[in-house]
Design a protein around this ligand. Structure first.
Ligand SMILES: [Zn+2]
Length: 350
């Protein structure tokens, strides 16, 4: 952690211009040893690789906290030369069991984004995770056929998905095509109905899964007391760009008060579900601002540039963009130099 929150005047600090400093924001989801769970096919970062990535990060970067980033965005403080912020999405219990002890031992903090439906008093399994669990349990081909049968789409209609990913993806039962159908194409009411039916048929009680999958409020309070920072990730993890303004407002309304009540934080950040630029709109940004959020992260894959990036559209790299996954830091930085065009315009969250 740095002393960035001490209000250093912007003209101090080795003559560097505060407006040109950057921050590499790293995004994590599942952090677990998947092979040791009932769902070994869930794509997760293993705790061992997490530690190795932190070794690499701490050798090359200074891990800062959210307050330090916020001070730099406000022009009140300089970030260290190579600053990195750790963010963790979706409120997984992994973040209590596998991440918290590691961050505490290393003396650094992370910022954790929660959906209230998942981590509130009555935990409900989010649709995005029903898809992950069903895919991991059934495999893409069986799950894809089950989805088609359940929503009574003819194969001819489903073939429309091909135009998104190229020919024959659907026949190959590419999991991205199934996710696209459920997340982008089907009306939410229908997608929810299909997922509810398939989940109870193949995996059982979704509420019981939710209690085992997500942080609860007691864990959040304990993590907060240990210096971790929390933010909101919508109420139900729907894609905001698919919702009308009133529905978006409903997804965003309760987050600031809920997180403040749990943690005592005055500043509550936000991150967009899925997070690609197509998953929210200028209306979303205005609603976030009006609802009192302090800043927001998307999943455009490059480093954030202070003074250039909008505080409600701060980009993030995925853990997989960095060592030990990517062979070299170059993988990520080359991307950055190529004019900031994201490698994967669909965004980082699968
Ligand atoms: Zn998410």
């Amino acid at each position: 952690m740095t002393a960035g929150g001490h209000g250093a005047p912007r003209d101090l600090g080795a003559g560097r211009d505060v407006r040109r400093s950057g921050c590499m924001v790293v995004m994590y989801h599942y952090v677990r040893d998947s092979a040791a769970t009932p769902f070994p096919a869930i794509r997760a970062l293993s705790p061992e690789l997490f530690e190795r990535q932190l070794d690499w990060l701490q050798a090359h970067y200074t891990i800062v906290d959210l307050a330090t980033l916020q001070s730099s965005l406000a022009g009140e403080a300089l970030l260290p030369e190579s600053a990195a912020l750790l963010t963790f999405d979706d409120g997984f219990i992994d973040h209590y069991e596998a991440v918290l002890p590691v961050l505490r031992r290393r003396g650094v903090t992370g910022t954790f984004f929660l959906s209230q439906n998942a981590c509130g008093p009555e935990p409900r399994l989010l649709g995005v995770h029903k898809i992950h669990l069903l895919l991991a349990s059934l495999g893409a081909e069986v799950f894809g056929r089950a989805v088609l049968a359940e929503c009574a789409l003819s194969p001819a209609r489903a073939a429309g998905s091909r135009t998104v990913f190229g020919a024959d993806r659907w026949e190959e039962a590419d999991d991205r095509a199934i996710k696209h159908l459920l997340n982008y194409e089907l009306p939410y009411q229908e997608a929810d109905r299909v997922l509810d039916a398939l989940f109870s048929r193949h995996l059982g009680d979704a509420a019981a899964f939710a209690r085992g999958l997500y942080l609860n409020e007691t864990m959040v309070r304990e993590m907060s007391a240990a210096g971790m920072v929390f933010g909101y990730h919508t109420r139900s993890h729907r894609m905001l760009s698919r919702l009308g303004a009133d529905e978006q407002a409903d997804e965003l309304r309760d987050g600031v008060g809920w997180i403040r009540g749990l943690t005592g934080q005055s500043s509550v950040p936000f991150c967009y579900p899925w997070g690609g630029p197509q998953t929210y709109s200028p209306v979303t940004v205005r609603l976030l601002h009006d609802a009192g959020y302090s800043l927001a992260f998307n999943t455009v894959r490059r480093r954030a540039v202070i003074g250039q990036d909008h505080p409600f559209e701060l980009p993030r790299l995925d853990t997989r963009d960095l060592p030990p996954h990517a062979g070299d830091e170059v993988d990520a930085l080359t991307e950055e130099r190529r004019s900031g065009v994201p490698v994967d315009t669909a965004g980082g969250e699968a």
